[in-house]
Design a protein around this ligand. Sequence first.
Ligand code: ASP
Length: 323
Amino acid sequence: MFRNLAAAIAATALAVSVADAQTYPTKPITLLVPFAAGGPTDTVARALSVSMGKALGQTIVVENAPGAGGTIAPVKLKAAAPDGYTLMLGHVGMSTAPSLYRALPFKPIEDFEHIGQVVDVPMTLIARQTLEPRDVRELVPYIKANKDKVTLANAGVGSASHLCGLLFMSAIQTDVTTVPYKGTAPAINDLLGGQVDVLCDQTTQTTSYIKSGRIKAYAVTSKTRVESLKELPTASEAGLPGFEVTVWHGVYAPKGTPKPVIDKLVAALQEALKDPTVKQRFNDLGTDPIALDKATPAALQAHLKAEIDKWGPIYKKAGVYAD
Ligand code: ASP
């Protein structure tokens, strides 16, 4: 009797969840962002949330959960109900965190549903307006000569700017003092104020400051020049061959989110990536939406795995840990 009752309750719960999945979404959705408001990841999230929300017929509310190099938001996502009402926009940090944090409280592959990739964003090597070197050829000897006083900001250990900073220091074979923040927005504030010297960060936030001349820009870290910042050389052209890094983004949901809900989210993501307003916004920020065949669960999962395999040995060799 008890077993029958338990089975009946389970069957009812299942029926309810299937019905919920079919009518999804019936209330606003939260999109977690692992970094501070006003930063590059936040900028991508806001463009995406408006368009995905339109496709889903619901509002998507961006919630910033910054800190610990971007590892707080995934912990929140892991603990959220798997009902499609809590999602996260993560970046390359999802693939570097496993090798940086010895006791990482989540597994990027196993603990989440992967919705799809969103956009690949180049980075820019920038500095406070008053830093003397005019180009990379002057910057490198300047940093070497002043390595005890030059400061390199980042958005936290495990952030993309942390990764870019490590690659930069390795390219010039010089270590300087790094200054971590909870995102690029506060890091740029201090760069504008002249409290820190150098930063490597995504075009999704740095473009407007570079164009207005409020910060100094030395190079883009992409293979080719960026359309919206045509005058900026690539790092290779500027004299740092091989210094290349791109920040990829993906949308995640809690493990166990029903398949019909995932399907709706993938469709909405694909709609957003075709949206001319989103395309224009991304173009203005130095990037393009990802090809639609990459905006799928399988493509994000495969890319995440490849990136974990790529960055793991590099961090291990460098002996860099966050804890
Ligand atoms: N751009 C930051 C990073 O370096 C994060 C952010 O503020 O969006 O990861």
